[in-house]
Ligand binder design. Structure first.
Ligand code: URP
Ligand code: ZN
Ligand code: ZN
Ligand code: ZN
Length: 478
């Protein structure tokens, strides 16, 4: 097995930083050494197969994006990144593990939904991957099957209080599924928006001729996120289920999470880069020669972008500092404008929901370090260490320590990244939601289990090198 030394850098963890060299043996981290260490009297650097010079750079655990949707059938089409293209883009951006959502559709057996997801991913991923299970049909057979998911390495499932007729669960179904969560220790992940009420508001807007993409965000008012978040919290409290609310965007939803956490409840939440940086006002103002006001479709996602005037974005950054929100995932769910987002021309309800960001999460969150919103250590915690702990991967992932997988990113704080321009990203999209963003930092070298998969901007990975991650139960619960 080849040995590698990453030397001269600053190793950053969730709890601190230090000048250190990282010795890798095959796929595994062997030691974290004082700079210039000797081993049995010989200079370590002279005895390894390969030396990576990280002078002036940060050496961090590879990013873990715990919320992605490769090849998701949704909105009458399918998310445009395959496991191959999506994980390649992830690697370029310093993410070395994803947790994607296997889907049980209405009427399907959970076992069959999960098996189909394994089939899509196996042999196609450049980096390691795990699954959560979307339960789109909570019935007696599903509730039984859910109890067996931890044996499959699937220790979390997602329910939807939104999307009636697609993935929606009513309160009775949520309650029953949460009882399984309580009994098994699996984490209940919740899409917390009041779907039935939103659908009425959306239909009324369309009847009034308000069909532009912007009205997607008007229909999905923050009140509908706050209400559903509260309902999910109370159902979790009643059942004793641990709860993780996905893609939180409303400051009032964060207030609900903080309230429950202050009472000691096992309640957690993630936000996504789009809710930190982008706004409803910008979506309203979006216009192009090609698309006119339909340009705003590029940013149609659920939960929606929120008003900057109402300061939701500030509230998300603050919650990341105070740990009212614990981590940042992308909810990577890309669709092209042509033939996909286009389905919603003349009716925003038909725009497939989702934004692609998997390649930019580490950079966008690093920009929060540059602007002083978060510390360097918190950056690592939000993007790698907590995702590992939250979803049962910690120890092998999320940390640079002996015995851990050698998933490592060498990040250059003096580099620069112009993100989002069509030609510069690797996601399978015909536009970028992040066009024009400038980052004061750059992903230099990416190792996935000891293999260099990205060197500078060169991709050296291979589809099929990524392996399935059988996850344990959450290591984060109180
Ligand atoms: O707009 C989004 N978020 N699309 C993906 C599906 C989901 O609800 O996470
Ligand atoms: Zn969702
Ligand atoms: Zn999602
Ligand atoms: Zn680059």
């Amino acid at each position: 097995m080849a040995t590698t030394l990453i030397t001269g850098g600053t190793v950053v963890s969730a709890t601190g930083r230090a000048a250190a060299d990282v010795l890798i043996d095959g796929e595994t981290i062997r030691a974290v050494l004082e700079p210039g260490s000797t081993l049995l009297g010989t200079d370590v650097a002279a005895s390894v197969d390969r030396v990576i010079d990280a002078t002036g750079k940060y050496v961090i655990p590879g990013g873990i994006d715990a919320h992605t949707h490769m090849q998701l059938p949704f909105g009458g089409t399918e998310a445009s990144d395959t496991f191959e293209s999506g994980t390649r883009a992830a690697a370029h951006g310093g993410t070395t593990s994803i947790i994607d959502f296997a889907v049980q559709t209405y009427g399907q057996r959970i076992e069959d939904g999960l098996a189909a997801w394994h089939e899509k991913a196996a042999g196609n991923c450049a980096i390691d991957y795990g699954f959560h299970q979307i339960v789109g049909d909570v019935n007696e057979a599903s509730l039984e099957a859910m109890r067996r998911l931890p044996d499959e390495g699937v220790s979390s499932f997602k329910l939807f209080m939104a999307y009636p007729g697609v993935f929606y669960s009513d309160d009775a179904q949520v309650l029953k599924a949460m009882q399984v969560s309580r009994d098994t220790g699996m984490l209940t992940m919740m899409h917390a928006e009041n779907g039935p009420a939103i659908d009425v508001l959306a239909a009324q807007l369309v009847e009034q001729g308000k069909t532009d993409p912007y009205y997607h965000g008007i229909a999905r008012a923050w009140e509908m996120e706050e209400e559903a978040t509260h309902r999910a919290i109370m159902l979790a409290k009643l059942t004793g289920a641990p709860l993780y609310v996905v893609h939180v965007s409303a400051k009032q939803a964060v207030e609900q999470l903080a309230w429950a956490r202050d009472k000691g409840q096992n309640v957690y939440g993630e936000t996504c880069p789009q809710y930190l940086y982008l706004s409803l006002e910008e979506q309203l103002g979006a216009e192009s020669e090609q698309w006119g006001h339909f340009e705003g479709a590029k940013w149609v996602c659920s939960t929606p972008l929120r008003s900057r005037e109402e300061r939701h974005q500030d509230a998300m950054w603050q919650a990341l500092r105070t740990n009212d929100l614990q981590m940042v995932s992308t909810d990577h769910c890309p669709f092209c404008m042509k033939d996909q987002k286009e389905l919603g021309l003349g009716d925003f309800r038909k725009i497939p929901n989702g934004i692609g960001s998997i390649e930019h999460r580490m950079d966008l969150m690093y920009q929060g370090v540059v602007t002083g919103e978060i510390t360097l250590e918190r950056w690592v915690e939000l993007t790698s260490t907590t995702p590992a702990r939250m979803f049962g991967l910690y120890g092998t992932k999320g940390v640079i320590q002996p015995g851990a997988d050698a998933d490592i990113v060498v990040y250059d704080p003096n580099g620069h990244t112009s993100i989002g321009l069509e030609k510069t990203h690797h996601m399978n999209m015909d536009y970028s939601a992040w066009e024009g963003y400038e980052i004061d930092g750059h992903v230099d070298t990416v190792l996935s289990r000891g293999r260099v998969v990205v060197d500078g901007d060169e991709y050296l990975g291979d589809a099929g090198d990524g392996k399935y991650l059988k996850r344990g139960l959450s290591q984060y619960l109180i």
